[in-house]
Each structure stands twice: as structure tokens, then as C-alpha cells.
Design a protein around this ligand. Structure first.
Ligand SMILES: *Cc1c(COP(=O)(O)O)cnc(C)c1O
Length: 446
């Protein structure tokens, strides 16, 4: 056994310049896999993760000083780009007033009001610190409100890593799920039914078999955790009808799509196609924190009043509604509410995906794209996938070559084919053109 060190290295004396490879090596000694969230480790695409030292606007720089055009945007939150001056100012001035009080603040009320004002299906909202926490709390609320245990989710949708959601489909509709993670006892997922996304027959059969026991159906309306797959309008419409008939709640997980695809979020996009459509519970995260740890869930006052301290459903958080995070979220919501914001963001995103499509077409590579607002997806296949199985059947090897080809050319896409991409308001026409040119260069070699 080696004796304990008598002196500890001062972190300030750590070498100023390390390569990404050196940092990854060092990280793996103190952090499992070298990362604090698995997909950052580049396992799906191979290679060395870039350690980011700073970011500004549409760009990030790694530890070696290499600049990348950033299409991850912290997995969605950075809709204004990095370091937007108004947001930065709001965060700095909030930090000067105090980091955390564990007591209510006016800013929490302002953020709650700002969310309610923009999303008509919500009368009350509770703020939490992560999307996982918001999704988990939404399910508890749905179960507490309905007095039922069973929940339905869809394969390929991610709603955070709460135990009951780390589950894959059982062998038939009669059997509930199996855990997808060690450490989740089978009993914990026995009430979770996993169905195929966009499959109307399956959801009808599930309600026919279990309707009286189903607390909620939870969905990513545009699934961004299987790249970019829209829930078909008839599918959403049918779920809404079935929930109404059977007294179940329809939960829209808008952690990714919320304030990303439209100011009214994905539910406003579906309301255009289905007059009067609203979900019951909505879950938000990512953009509403503007890059700070903040998430929320909300619905009608009648349902929200089941939460503690008014009702019997317990839910709490030391840092919930944190004053610095709420300042960041509020400033972000203010900026994205300016007239024309989503029109411009949507147009820029379309220019990108149309450019990628044209580059692939010119190279004769099977390729399809889709986008809504500032969120996009692309697949190496010839028709848009409708569910997880179809997404995972697209060309993985080609995606990985494309990912690394672009990374080598200074364009940073999400390092896995099942992740969505994000454009920010800071991406210029020149950034998009440079990205498309880099993509054309990579695709020509295919
Ligand atoms: C990111 C995400 C979550 C989880 O949010 P965290 O803040 O990472 O816990 C939940 N649902 C969806 C749709 C997401 O994209």
C-alpha cells in the first residue's frame, strides 16, 4: 500500500496547457469513464472527447485551442448561443445578490409567470433543478392525482434516469417492462409499459387491456433522444382521446422541445394540427434554464394543488428555483420572446438541413433531414424513421465517419446517431455555409 501523500498539489499549479488526450487520461483516474454524463465519452463514435475550455456565441474552443462551430449547445439550452450579453449580465448581477437562499424569491414567481404566459395549458408550475427530477415528479403527480400505478412510455423516448423509466419493453402487452440498467429492481418497473413510438394499434391495445389502471402516458412529442422523430399527428390525437376516455393524464416531456421548437413549445405545433389540443402535464428543462441547472413541470391548478404543501404528493428541492438559475432562465425567455425570433431561428436551421441534404444528394449518399424551430435531425437512410428500431437501423458507420470528418473540420455535432442537433440565434449565415461546405467535403469521400 502506498502511504498517503503529505502534500497535495495546488489545483492552480496544474499545467496550463494539456491536450484533450491528456485530460481524458487524467479524468478517467478520478471520474468513471472520465465524464459526468455517459454520451460525452464518445463511446458511440470512438475517439477522444474534446475538453472544452470556453465558448462564445456559436463557437466552443477545446483545451488545445481548436475552435468548433457548436451544434450541441449544451444539448439544447444554449438557444441564444454562448455568453449572450443580456443573459450574462442577469447572471452576474444575480450572483452578486446571493447564490442560494432556501427561501422564496420574486424571481421564481417571475419565471413561473413567464412560463405560464407562454404555454396556455399551464396554470401553475413548480421549478426543480434537472429534467430528470421534473419528469420523475410529473409521474408521481400523475399517479397521486389519479390514484393509479401504471404508466406508458415509448421506446426511444428519454425522460431522465428515474428508476421507473429505465426500462425496455417486455415480451408482449400483457407483460410490463424489464430494467435497462443494473441497480433497478424489476419490481420498480413492473408498472411501466413500453410501447412502440407512432404505433396506434399498440396504444389502443394497451388501453383496452389496462385502461382503468393507467395513470399517464408520457411522450417526447418530437423525440430528440432518437435523433429527430416526430410523433405523427393522428398518433398524438389518438393518445389524447384514449387518455380522456380512460381518465389518464397525457404528459408532454418538453425538456428538449420546450421553447426550442416554438415559443409555445411543441404543444403549440400540435395545436395547429389538432384544434384545441393540449397535453395535461408539461415537463420543461434545458432552454428554460438557459444553461443553468433548472427544470419545471406544470399543468392545471386542480392537478398542481395535489403537490405538497397543499396536497399529499411530496416533492421538494434544496436548490429548486435557485436565484442565479432563475435569472439565467428569465433573461433567456425574455430574449427568445422578441418578435421574429423563431422565424429567424427556424429559417437558419432549415438552411442548414437543406444544405446538408443537397450535399448528400450531390454525393449520391442516402440521407434525410427534418427540423422544427432550432432543433434538427438527419439520418443516413432514404426515408424518415418513425420509431426507435428504424432509427437504429440507419447507417451507423457512415454517421461515425461523418461525425469525425466534421469534427476534424471544426464542426461539433452530437457524438451519437440517436441525438438531435441544435442551431442557436448566434449561428450566422457564414457559419451555416462553412458547415455545409465541410459536410460536402466529407460526403464526397463516401
Ligand atoms: C435532457 C432530457 C431529459 C433529462 O434532463 P436532465 O436535465 O438531463 O436530467 C428528460 N427528457 C428529455 C426529453 C430530455 O431531452
Amino acid at each position: 500500500m502506498t502511504p498517503p501523500p503529505t502534500t497535495f498539489p495546488c489545483p492552480l499549479e496544474a499545467p496550463a496547457v494539456s491536450t484533450n488526450a491528456q485530460l481524458f487520461e487524467r479524468a478517467q483516474r478520478s471520474i468513471p469513464g472520465g465524464v459526468n454524463s455517459p454520451v460525452r465519452a464518445f463511446r458511440a463514435v470512438g475517439g477522444t472527447p474534446r475538453f472544452i475550455s470556453r465558448a462564445e456565441g456559436a463557437y466552443m474552443w477545446d483545451a488545445e485551442g481548436t475552435r468548433y462551430i457548436d451544434y450541441i449547445g449544451s444539448w439544447g439550452p444554449m438557444i441564444l448561443g454562448h455568453g449572450h450579453p443580456a443573459v450574462l449580465e442577469a447572471v452576474l448581477s444575480a450572483a452578486r445578490e446571493g447564490f442560494s437562499f432556501g427561501a422564496p424569491t420574486e424571481r421564481e414567481v417571475e419565471l413561473a409567470e413567464a412560463i405560464i404566459e407562454r404555454v396556455p395549458s399551464i396554470e401553475q408550475v413548480r421549478l426543480v433543478s434537472s429534467g430528470t427530477e421534473a419528469g420523475m415528479s410529473a409521474i408521481r403527480l400523475a399517479r397521486g392525482y389519479t390514484g393509479r400505478s401504471k404508466i406508458i412510455k415509448f421506446e426511444g423516448c428519454y425522460h431522465g434516469h428515474a428508476d421507473a423509466l429505465l426500462v425496455k419493453a417486455g415480451s408482449g402487452l400483457a407483460t410490463f417492462g424489464h430494467p435497462t440498467s443494473a441497480g433497478v429492481p424489476p419490481e420498480v418497473v413492473q408498472h411501466t409499459l413500453v410501447l412502440e413510438y407512432n404505433n396506434v394499434e399498440q396504444i389502443e391495445a394497451a388501453f383496452a387491456a389496462h385502461g382503468a389502471d393507467i395513470a399517464c402516458v408520457m411522450i417526447e412529442p418530437i423525440a430528440g433522444n432518437m435523433n429527430f422523430v416526430r410523433a405523427a399527428v393522428p398518433f398524438v390525437k389518438r393518445i389524447r382521446e384514449l387518455c380522456d376516455q380512460h381518465g389518464a393524464l397525457f404528459v408532454f416531456d418538453e425538456v428538449m422541445t420546450g421553447f426550442r421548437v416554438a415559443l409555445g413549445s411543441a404543444q403549440s405545433v400540435y395545436a395547429q394540427a389538432i384544434p384545441g389540443f393540449t397535453p395535461d402535464i408539461s415537463v420543461f428543462g434545458k432552454v428554460i434554464g438557459g444553461g443553468m441547472p433548472l427544470a419545471a413541470f406544470g399543468t392545471s391548478r386542480r392537478v398542481m394543488e395535489k403537490l405538497a404543501p397543499l396536497g399529499p404528493v411530496y416533492q421538494a428541492g434544496t436548490l429548486s428555483g435557485n436565484p442565479v438559475a432563475t435569472a439565467c432562465g428569465l433573461a433567456t425567455l425574455r430574449e427568445i420572446s422578441r418578435p421574429g425570433f423563431y422565424e429567424a431561428l427556424g429559417a437558419r436551421t432549415r438552411t442548414l438541413v437543406q444544405g446538408l441534404q443537397a450535399a448528400a444528394d450531390a454525393a449520391g449518399v442516402p440521407f434525410v433531414v427534418d427540423s422544427e424551430g432550432g432543433m434538427f435531425g438527419f439520418f443516413f437512410t432514404s426515408t424518415l424513421p418513425q420509431n426507435y428500431t428504424q432509427v437504429m437501423a440507419t447507417d451507423q458507420a457512415r454517421f461515425n465517419r461523418f461525425f469525425h470528418g466534421l469534427l476534424d473540420r471544426g464542426v461539433y455535432l452530437a457524438p451519437a446517431l440517436y441525438e438531435a442537433g441544435f442551431v442557436s440565434a448566434a449561428h450566422t449565415e457564414a457559419d451555416i455555409a462553412a458547415t455545409v461546405a465541410a459536410a460536402a467535403d466529407v460526403l464526397r469521400a463516401e
